[in-house]
Design a protein around this ligand. Structure first.
Ligand code: G3P
Ligand code: CA
Length: 239
């Protein structure tokens, strides 16, 4: 994911727009993704959930926080979900909507947020885009749910993987290396210089989520982090 690899030179943080550019536009919408692209982010991250034959860009299990709907996403048929407002009149997009908007202009990190066939559905979708010439290196599939991520790896091994940590396991970055991931994406509250060093020794990049304060961005850049997920990718790029 990181574009600067020269050793001994302070790393430039890769700017990964979080849920698009969620500080500027409603999260996980096409407007948010388009904003991340317009701001110049190198990568964009969004969450996908599999339900009723579609892959929906949605972080929460429930619709209430980010849409004008309510209840579980999985309690609604696709036709109803398509009519909801996810903010500023934006619909809840599908993975196909997002990829068709992006058109290879930016790296895409798809986070698997459900475990009900999500990996298989994402693999089937991405297979078509790879066949059309989308470079696998410009895709990253990540998850906190490692069995789901492992299933994805069996189905589409050419797409790089990111392992999400919300803590520091006993084996440091070992789990991510074991699964054959490209990167380890760690919650900002658990960043540890030993974890960064261990990831780098294992040839894994280490990215941190979700970082919006400039002083935190500066601190993480000095620690040698490779990239950050930010609702404000413009702040990362301005460092
Ligand atoms: O992928 C990084 C980050 O998005 C993981 O946490 O809760 O924002 O999906 P969350
Ligand atoms: Ca996410």
């Amino acid at each position: 994911m990181n574009d600067d690899s020269a050793s001994g030179i302070p790393r430039r943080l890769t700017a990964i727009g979080h849920r698009g550019a969620a500080g500027h536009a409603p999260e996980n919408t096409l407007l948010s993704i388009d904003t991340a692209i317009r701001l110049g982010a190198q990568w964009v991250e969004f969450d996908v959930q599999h339900h009723d034959g579609e892959l929906w860009l949605m972080h929460d299990l429930h619709l209430d926080r980010t849409t004008n709907g309510s209840g579980l996403l999985t309690a609604h048929p696709a036709a109803e979900l398509r009519r909801l407002d996810a903010g500023q009149g934006e619909p809840i997009p599908t993975l196909v909507d997002a990829l068709d908007l992006i058109e290879q202009r930016i790296g895409v990190n798809i986070e698997l947020k459900s475990w009900n066939g999500c990996a298989a559905a994402v693999a089937a979708c991405l297979r078509d885009y790879l066949a059309d010439g989308w470079p696998a290196e410009r895709l990253l599939v990540s998850s906190f749910h490692l069995p789901e991520l492992w299933e994805f790896k069996q189905l589409l091994p050419e797409v790089p993987l990111g392992v999400l940590y919300c803590g520091v396991p006993l084996e440091w970055a070992g789990l991510a290396a074991e699964i054959g991931a490209r990167c380890l994406n760690v919650s900002a509250e658990f960043v540890d210089t030993k974890l960064i060093a261990d990831a780098h020794e294992r040839d894994l990049q280490l990215n941190v989520y979700t970082v919006n304060r400039v002083d935190d961005l500066e601190r993480l850049a000095a620690m040698g982090v490779d990239g950050v997920f930010s609702d404000f990718p413009d702040r990362v790029l301005a460092l």
